[in-house]
Design a protein around this ligand. Structure first.
Ligand code: NAD
Length: 441
């Protein structure tokens, strides 16, 4: 890489996730322009903006008879391929900027994983932990109604994300089907559904399983300094929801890793000898009054920051964006970071980690397993098929290993770290598609 291109890669700390995505994108565009080929300015501008941002406000009747107003969003970033694909987030932190950044990331993720989708993301600003199941159901039905004009098996296909699960996906499907009774392949309107409604085997664990395949391949290829095997490797996981629990359990059961640290939003626990994720989940769900991992087996409670910097070989952020910041990065002891959350590391923290020779497997590669099995689910719904778990896992492994290999090749060809390489690869592919399609009319 020439020094001018290297200078373009200088970074500052950005705590705003949309700003982080914009900077990362700009950096890739500058790099491609300097080192690969000239990109037309108009194409860059086109990619900077989502093609549709829908904001909806709607009422929901609460259990006590009162009426609450909620704000929801559905952002579609690119129509290079349609439908657009992305998760639906329920969280008090949901706002338009965040959903827009996550939709942009989805486009890039689909290019890295080679899936024929544009990126989108949706969400409602709410706290599902403080709502009853019936309230969440009414909210989901009304939100689905509000976004109906853009929803459809060949238009926009949601999936689970923070605060949503199979249950909400089932409700979205049912609402869509009731309102569009003659839609063919209606079950393909949403993925991550319950199996009984056409969900795919392996979708619940897919994000974690895909990350495990990438990590396994990196270890097998001897890419991680000081880590030659996953057996007995010490693992710390941040976040103990769908993705966090499943990665801990897969690495424990299938690879013989030692799960030394776990945490959720209330704090963490650490045990050098290792934890059984299934036992910790049982404690969190059925014993803890706080519904937290904190307090498990009388272990000393840790703050999330203490957990992220505690001794381990593998650190897995699986909670939310902007968790590993510059001030923490210098104290991180892991040899490898598997980014299963979206955007967990700030640009400054990433730079510090790379200088420390930590091997960072970036989010748009590492967590693409979720959208990949969503793609398999969508294909099954359209074809009226049900694939066996073994087939889903084998196809997922193939996709993830190919994506990893392509990112590593790009990194080696251009002397880049994996995150920059994944962005350069994704942006280049997206530009190629947009250029080939041209502009309507
Ligand atoms: P989830 O709601 O099931 O779980 C989130 C977990 O993170 C919870 O245990 C919560 O307590 C914990 N958490 C929240 N804030 C925290 C904090 N500051 N410190 C520690 N823990 C905290 O969500 P999920 O579906 O597991 O998603 C987790 C991450 O993975 C998100 O970034 C999401 O965008 C990303 N992701 C999810 C999928 C998917 O298929 N579900 C796919 C790709 C990426």
């Amino acid at each position: 890489m020439c020094s001018s291109a290297r200078e373009m890669c200088e970074v500052k700390e950005e705590f705003d996730f949309l700003e982080r995505t914009r900077l990362e994108f700009e950096k890739s565009v500058q790099f491609i322009n300097a080192e690969v080929k000239h990109i037309e300015k108009g194409i860059v501008k086109r990619l900077e903006q989502p093609f549709r941002q829908l904001t909806v406000t709607f009422p929901v009747k609460m259990d006590d008879g009162s009426i609450e107003m909620f704000t929801g969003y559905l952002v579609q970033h690119s129509r290079s391929y349609e439908p657009t694909k992305g998760g639906i987030r329920y969280s008090p932190e949901v706002k338009l900027d965040l959903i827009t950044a996550l939709a942009f990331d989805m486009t890039l993720k689909c290019r890295v994983a080679n899936l024929p989708y544009g990126g989108s993301k949706g969400g409602v600003c709410c706290d599902p932990k403080k709502m009853s199941q019936a309230e969440v159901e009414r909210l989901t039905r009304r939100y689905t109604y509000e976004i109906l004009p853009v929803l459809g098996p060949d238009a926009c296909v949601p999936a689970p994300d923070i605060g949503t699960s199979e249950r909400e996906m089932g409700i979205i499907y049912d609402t869509y089907k009731m309102l569009s009774p003659h839609s063919p392949y209606a079950s393909a309107v949403v993925t991550g559904k319950p199996l009984s409604l056409g969900g795919s085997q392996g979708r619940r664990e897919a994000t974690a399983q895909g990350g495990a395949y990438v990590l396994e391949e990196a270890v097998k290829q001897g890419r991680i300094e000081g880590l030659s095997s996953l057996k007995d490797a010490a693992v710390v996981v941040q976040g103990f929801g769908n993705v966090g629990y499943n990665i801990a359990n897969i690495l424990y059961e299938d690879y013989g890793c030692r799960i030394v640290g776990l945490c959720d939003s209330k704090g963490g626990i650490y045990c050098q000898e290792g934890l059984n994720p299934k036992d910790v989940l049982d404690y969190k769900q059925n014993i803890s009054s706080e519904k937290s991992v904190v307090g498990y087996n009388g272990l000393q409670p840790l703050t999330v920051e203490q957990l992220l910097t505690s001794p381990c070989d593998i650190l897995i952020p699986a909670a939310k964006e902007t968790q590993i910041v510059g001030a923490l990065a210098k104290d991180i002891k892991a040899k490898v970071i598997l980014e299963l959350a979206n955007g967990p590391t700030t640009n400054l923290a990433h730079k510090i980690l790379i200088e420390k020779k930590v091997y960072v497997l970036p989010d748009i590669l590492a967590n693409a397993g979720g959208v990949t099995v969503s793609y398999f689910e969508w294909l099954q719904n359209k074809a009226g098929e049900n694939w066996e778990l073994g087939m889903v896992k084998e196809k997922l492994r193939k996709k993830m290993v190919t994506a990893y290999t392509n990112v590593v090749e790009t990194a080696e060809n251009y002397n880049l770290d994996l995150k920059s390489a994944a962005f350069v690869l994704a942006v280049s592919k997206e530009i190629e598609i947009l250029t080939a399609r041209g502009i309507f009319p």
